[in-house]
Write a protein that binds this ligand. Structure first.
Ligand code: DSN
Length: 444
C-alpha cells in the first residue's frame, strides 16, 4: 500500500508542505532542498536495519551491505574534508558536539565557545544547556564591528585554561579565523574543535577556508550548505591525531556504545554518502560560489536601503538583519510578516540583544536553498525589495514590555498582517517568481 492509501492524512500534509515550498522562498540559512537521489536513499529499506557498532564489528548480523554503505560515506567524508578519520553516525549536529565532550572532557572541565547572542550555538556551552551544566562554560564575544574578538578569546583562554575551545556558530556572517583561534588553543594546550555545520558545503566547494590544518576535531551537520539529509559527522584531523593518537577510539566510543546514541540510521548514512558524492562533483563548486554571490547581492541591496546588518555584510551564505534601531525584540514581527508574504526566514538574536532568543531583535537570512533552485542575482534584488517593503509595513508594531500581553498583541498583529493588501501583493509576486524555479520534491 502506498502512503496516499494507507495514511491519507499524513499524505495530504506532506503534499501541502511540498506546495508551501514550491510557492515560497526559503531563506532559513540552515535549510536546503536535497536532490531526488538523496531523498531516494533516505526513503529506502535501509531504515529497517539495526547496525549497532562499526563496520566489521557490529552487534547484529546481516551487515554485508550496510558495512559497504557506511564505509563509502566515511571514505567520501574523508576525501571531501581532507581528514584521516570520520564518524558518520551522529544523528545530528548537537549530538555530534556532545560526543566530542564525552570523548575528551570530564564533567567540571572548562570549555569555551562563542556566546549565543553573538551568533554562537546552544551546544557550545550556552547557559541552561547540558553543555553548561556538565562543564564550566566560558563564552567569548564579537566586537562592536561584529567580528570575533580574538583579543578577548586569548585573554579568557589564558585566564581559564580551557580543555576545549570551540569555533563555530549559528549566526555568524563572516569567515571564521581558524588559524588565529588555533594558535590560542595551542598556547593553552586546549583541544580545538571546529563546528562547520553552516559552512560545510562552502568548504567542500572551496569558497570558505578549511579548518583541516588548524583544528583537532571537526563536527558538522549534513543538511545545511552541504545539501544532504539531516545528520551529523565528527572528523579528526592529522593535527588531532598528533595531539591524541587515541582520539578515534574515544570518539567512536562516545557515539556508541558509551555516549549519545544507539543504532545508527543507515538510511540517513546512505543519503549522506549520496550528498557527499554530489558535493565532490565540479558543479558543486559553482553552486558554492553562487551561494556567496547571491548572499552578497542580497546584503548589498539591503544596505543600500539603510538596513543595518550585523558586521555590515557577509562573507558566506548568511545575513543577519539588526532591527534594534527601531526597537528591541522585533525579529518576531518580521519573521511572521514575511511568512504571510511567502518568504520563510527566522528571527534571531543580534550581538548585545536586550531582548530574549524567543523575542529577538534580528532576522537571519540565507541563500543555500534558493541557490539550489537556480535563483541568481536578479532574484536577489527582488527578494531584497520584498524584505524592505515588509520592514516598512511592520514599522509601527512594537512588542509590549509586559510579557503577559505579548501573546494577544502578536495574535492581533498576525490577523492584521494576514489581511494587509501589500503583503498579499508581495505573496503573489513571490509565487510568480517561484513558478520559474521548481523544487525537486518527488521520489521517483
Ligand atoms: N538550528 C540550527 C541553525 O538553524 O543554525 C543550528 O542547530
Amino acid at each position: 500500500m502506498n502512503l496516499k492509501k494507507t495514511d491519507p492524512k499524513i499524505y495530504k500534509l506532506i503534499e501541502a508542505e511540498k506546495k508551501r515550498r514550491q510557492k515560497g522562498i526559503e531563506l532559513i540559512p540552515s535549510e536546503n532542498h536535497v536532490s531526488l537521489a538523496v531523498l531516494q536513499a533516505l526513503g529506502s529499506v535501509l531504515t529497517d536495519k539495526y547496525s549497532e557498532g562499526y563496520s566489521g564489528r557490529r552487534y547484529y548480523g546481516g551487515q554485508e551491505f550496510i558495512d559497504q554503505i557506511e564505509n563509502t560515506a566515511i571514505d567520501r567524508a574523508k576525501k571531501a574534508f581532507n581528514v584521516p578519520y570520520a564518524n558518520v553516525q551522529p544523528y545530528s549536529g548537537s549530538p555530534a558536539n556532545f560526543a566530542v565532550y564525552i570523548a575528551i572532557c570530564e564533567p567540571g572541565d572548562i570549555i569555551m565557545g562563542q556566546n549565543l547572542l553573538d551568533g554562537g550555538h546552544l551546544s557550545h556551552g550556552w547557559k541552561g544547556t547540558i553543555s553548561s551544566k556538565l562543564y564550566k562554560s566560558v563564552s567569548y564575544h564579537v566586537k562592536k564591528d561584529g567580528y570575533i574578538d580574538l583579543e578577548e578569546v586569548r585573554k579568557l583562554a589564558l585566564k581559564n585554561k580551557p580543555k576545549l575551545l570551540w569555533c563555530g556558530a549559528t549566526a555568524y556572517p563572516r569567515e571564521f579565523p581558524f588559524k588565529e583561534l588555533a594558535e590560542i588553543a595551542d598556547e593553552v594546550d586546549a583541544y580545538f574543535a571546529v563546528d562547520i555545520a553552516h559552512i560545510a558545503g562552502l568548504i567542500v566547494a572551496g569558497v570558505h577556508k578549511s579548518p583541516a590544518k588548524y583544528a583537532h576535531i571537526i563536527t558538522t551537520t549534513t543538511h545545511k550548505t552541504l545539501r544532504g539529509p539531516r545528520g551529523g559527522m565528527i572528523m579528526i584531523t592529522k593535527k588531532g591525531f598528533k595531539k591524541d593518537p587515541d582520539l578515534d577510539k574515544k570518539i567512536d566510543k562516545a557515539v556508541f556504545p558509551f555516549g549519545i546514541q544507539g543504532g545508527p540510521h543507515e538510511n540517513q548514512i546512505a543519503a549522506i554518502a549520496v550528498a557527499l558524492k554530489e558535493a565532490l562533483r565540479p558543479e558543486f563548486k559553482k553552486y558554492g560560489k553562487q551561494i556567496i554571490k547571491n548572499a552578497k547581492v542580497l546584503a548589498e541591496e539591503l544596505i543600500k536601503k539603510g538596513i543595518k546588518l550585523v558586521s555590515g555584510g557577509t562573507d558566506n551564505h548568511m545575513i543577519v538583519i539588526d532591527l534594534t534601531s527601531s526597537g528591541s525584540g522585533r525579529g518576531v514581527f518580521l519573521q511572521d510578516a514575511l511568512d504571510f508574504a511567502g518568504i520563510t526566514a527566522n528571527k534571531n538574536t543580534v550581538p548585545n540583544d536586550l531582548s530574549s532568543p524567543f523575542f529577538p531583535s534580528g532576522l537571519r537570512l540565507g541563500t543555500p536553498a534558493i541557490t539550489s533552485r537556480g535563483m541568481k542575482q536578479a532574484e536577489m534584488k527582488l527578494i531584497a525589495k520584498w524584505i524592505i517593503q515588509t520592514i516598512e509595513i511592520i514599522k509601527n508594531y512594537q512588542l509590549p514590555q509586559d510579557i503577559k500581553k505579548r501573546k494577544e498583541y502578536l495574535n492581533n498583529f498576525k490577523k492584521e498582517i494576514s489581511q494587509n493588501k501589500k503583503i498579499k501583493q508581495i505573496r503573489n509576486e513571490v509565487w510568480e517568481i517561484c513558478k520559474k524555479f521548481p523544487v525537486y520534491t518527488d521520489i521517483v
